[in-house]
Structure formats: C-alpha cells, structure tokens
Design a protein around this ligand. Structure first.
Ligand SMILES: Cc1cc2nc3c(=O)[nH]c(=O)nc-3n(C[C@H](O)[C@H](O)[C@H](O)COP(=O)(O)OP(=O)(O)OC[C@H]3O[C@@H](n4cnc5c(N)ncnc54)[C@H](O)[C@@H]3O)c2cc1C
Length: 431
C-alpha cells in the first residue's frame, strides 16, 4: 500500500526523493533499508572506508517508513516495549549504547544544521494507576538510583503543572532524552550522507542471492556488492534471514492541527514536553511539540501480513480524538489532523538480529521499539563489525542475544494474540 499518511512528513515542506536505481551497479557495499539502522550503517561504513563505494537502497522514501512515523523520542535510559526484565538487567549497557547513538545523531544535527526540532529537555515516564507505579515506575526509579542517573519524581499536582492535564498519577522525568520530528531527522540524515554513499529511493529489493557473490534485483536494476548489510526491520524474513524470529507490531500515531496563539494560552504547563507510558501496549505516549501540536500514540496490533492497514485509520483517529477531547477540554474544537501507523519489530526475548548471517552478509534489525537509540547503535556497530573496526560496544550489543525462535504460524498468531489480550487485560488500569 502506498500509504502517505505520515503526519510528521506531511507538516514538512515537500522533499525530492533521490532517483530510483536503474541499470547495473557494482559496489563494495550495499545497505538495504534507510531507517535508523540503515542510515547509521551507511554513514559509519563511509567513515570507516572513505575509498569504498556504498549503495543505500530504500524501498520507499526516506522518512516514510517507521523511521519517520515514530513518536520522536530518543531515549537514553531503560525503556522498552513490554518492559522486559532482560532489558532492565542490562540497563548499564543500554545507557552506554543509547548515549553513543545520541552523541552520533547530535553530531550530525549540529554539523549539517538539520532542522528537526531537536529538543534536549528530557522526557517523562508515566503511570496512571497504583499498579503501574508499583510495577514499573518504582523499579525504574531503583534502576536509575543504582546507575546513579539523575531524575525527578513527580506526582499529581507537580506532574499536572508540567504537562497541563490530569490523567497520570506519577511520572519520572529523565533529563537525557531528546525529542524530535522523526521524519525531519531521517530526511536530514539521508540528505547529508558522505559523498561515497549513493542513496536510491523508491527501489525495493525484490530478489537477493548471497552466493556465488552477492546480487540484488530491483524493479529496474541489479546490484552486485562485495558485502551486504540488511537493515530492513520486520521485512528480514523476505530476505531469507531471521525467519520465525521477528514479531511485527503496528503502532498508531496522530497529530492535531497546530494550536493558535490564543489556544496555546488556554493550555497550562510547559510549552514542550513528552511522556511515555508505563505499559507501551496499553498506555499512551503524548507530546506537546515545539510547533504546538499534540501528538497521541496509542493502539498496537499484531500485523503478520506486513501491510499498513489504512482501513483502520478512521477508527483510530476517532479514538485519539476522544482521548484528546477528554484530556484537553479547554481546547474543544481542535481536531486531529493526521493519523498513521508504522511497524515495530520485536522479539519474544528482547534479542536483536545483529551479526553476520552468511559470509559477507550482515543484519541490523529488531531494536525492540527503540529505533532512535538501539536502531542507530546497531547500524553504527554492524558497520564497524563488518569493516573490521574494533569497538567494545559491538560485544555489548551482541550480549543482548539473538531473537528467540518462534512457533510457526498459525500457532504464533494464536500465541501473540493471547499475549496481547493478557497485556491489555492485566494492565487495563494503565489505559
Ligand atoms: C507509531 C510509532 C511510534 C514509535 N515511537 C518511537 C519512539 O518514540 N522512539 C523510538 O526510538 N522508536 C519508536 N518507534 C520504533 C521505531 O520507529 C523503530 O524501532 C525504528 O524505525 C526501526 O528502525 P529500522 O531502521 O530497524 O527500521 P525501519 O525504520 O522500519 O527501516 C527499515 C527500512 O527498510 C526498508 N525496506 C524493507 N524492505 C525492503 C526491501 N525489500 N528493499 C528495500 N528497502 C526495504 C523499509 O522501506 C524501511 O524504510 C515507534 C514506532 C512507531 C510505528
């Protein structure tokens, strides 16, 4: 489906995509997928091997995949879809990796003057119910204490004063997170790649051969590559790798129209903020953006067909509008302008598809919903690994393990849907 509903890119000026690949191409490196992982991998390869040729091949347009459809939180402290205990126990590694990714992104933003509303004022992790506070916020606070990380614990009135509406019982503000317009940052990274990277957009890879010699087919061309990095997220199975190990989840976001000066005056709280929920499946992510819109991210669905379901957008938009109207009665009449969805790639054990899967063929997929930090870090580190650069963070990333093998469909579908129902029911007070 050619789904151009992404609100983050719709509020930006139009961008001219790079031409699709035509004809035969021979390169030292091919990177497939220009999401956070692919953009980072191509950039780092180019830095490591300035004399090599690198083709970055993207099926759609940069900023129109999940990389530009997310909520725009670049998060440094532990936070995870499903809040897996494995992630919490690896908290120190997580912070180190996340900070290396943030530093790399910030360097690019500053160096190239990328206009992406880079907002380095941290974010809140919030809970609605006593259960959410006890099960998620208090353990998170303990992790932050043990790491020696700064944070502010906010309850009721203090929280309300910061965000201007009442819904959450408590929140933890961590100062190291950054908020962005994700489509603008993705575009900016793509438009300032080093000179030895050629980006081809609207170029889906339709066939791949790993041996003898790596060869990719696209609708109007072929690519022969010395080495290959697959950064294709949930689509890895279509390349014959990580089959039955990745779980595709659709997540939905909406943006209101821009608030007028007068409406902004009616809204209490800080001018910009962002909050993530204690339970990512049930809870809601909300932002007040620098350009004065409200973002709402709620609703997650298992999507094994790997197709963005545009038919569900009106229903989701209505739901997001109802949430907005409840929380911001002073803004009656402000409508949701854009609703969209994108794919999150998760594994059942929090493992990542990071490593060499065949001679000269590498994957950097499955960041478990942490695209800006873990996705970016996986791209940087897979490039280091593939080009033989010694980096101690490679072992850190490898310590997350591989995605566990899943049962075949339809057993998988039954299992995932049962898990979803359980998450929704057992965390219903966090909605
Ligand atoms: C609504 C929503 C909110 C989210 N919020 C956040 C957030 O606040 N912070 C955060 O860090 N993460 C968030 N995420 C998750 C984040 O967006 C993903 O984890 C991240 O985008 C994954 O990065 P990636 O590079 O692995 O994959 P993607 O960004 O999905 O990129 C993979 C690319 O591969 C391309 N591709 C696939 N198949 C082919 C092929 N055959 N040929 C060529 N190209 C191909 C795709 O077109 C795609 O552009 C959110 C996701 C959603 C949907």
């Amino acid at each position: 489906m050619n789904d151009k509903t992404n609100g983050w890119s719709r509020i930006l000026p139009p961008r001219q995509p790079r031409p699709a690949l035509q004809g035969e191409l021979s390169v030292d490196w091919a990177v497939v997928g220009a999401g956070q992982a692919g953009l980072a991998a191509a950039r780092r390869l180019a830095e490591n091997r300035p004399g090599d040729s690198i083709a970055l091949i993207e099926a759609g347009e940069v900023g129109e995949g999940a990389q530009g459809r997310n909520a725009g939180f670049i998060i440094d402290t532990p936070h995870n879809v499903g809040s897996s205990l494995g992630e919490l126990s690896a908290a120190r590694d997580h912070v180190r990796l996340a900070r290396s990714a943030i530093a790399s992104l910030e360097e690019q933003v500053r160096k190239h003057g990328i206009q992406c509303d880079w907002d380095p004022n941290g974010k809140l992790h919030t809970a609605v119910s006593p259960q959410g506070i006890a099960r998620v916020l208090k353990p998170t606070r303990e992790v932050l204490d043990s790491l020696g990380e700064p944070y502010t614990w906010l309850e009721d009135k203090a929280l309300h004063e910061r965000i201007g509406f009442k819904h959450f019982a408590a929140g933890i503000h961590t100062p190291g997170a950054v908020l962005v317009n994700p489509a603008a940052l993705s575009r900016g990274l793509a438009d300032h790649l080093p000179a030895n990277v050629s980006l081809y957009e609207n170029t889906p890879v339709t066939e791949v051969r790993f041996k003898p010699g790596i060869r990719l087919s696209t609708p109007q061309g072929t690519v022969r590559a010395g080495k290959l990095i697959l950064a294709v997220s949930v689509f890895a199975g279509q390349f014959g790798v990580l089959r039955n190990r990745l779980i595709p989840i659709s997540a939905y976001g909406s943006l209101t129209r821009r608030l007028t000066e007068e409406e902004q005056g009616r809204l209490e709280g800080l001018r910009t903020w962002g909050l993530t929920p204690a339970n990512a499946f049930v809870g809601v992510t909300v932002r007040r953006t620098p350009d004065q819109r409200i973002l709402i991210r709620q609703d997650m669905r298992y999507e094994p067909r790997l197709v963005r379901d545009g038919d569900s957008y009106p229903q989701v938009a209505e739901h997001h509008q109802a949430l907005f109207d409840t929380w911001f009665p002073a803004l009656k009449g402000v409508n949701i302008e854009h609703t969209w969805s994108g794919f999150i790639c998760i594994s059942s054990n929090g493992g990542a598809g990071f490593g060499e899967v065949a001679p000269g063929v590498y994957t950097a997929v499955c960041d478990n919903g942490m695209g800006w930090t873990k996705g970016t870090a996986s791209g940087l580190l897979i490039a280091d690994k593939a080009s033989g650069v010694d980096n101690p963070l490679i072992a850190t990333y490898e310590s997350f393990g591989r995605p566990a093998l899943l049962p075949p469909r339809p057993f998988l579908d039954v299992g995932v849907r049962a898990r979803f129902s359980w998450e929704l029911w057992s965390n219903r007070r966090e909605a």
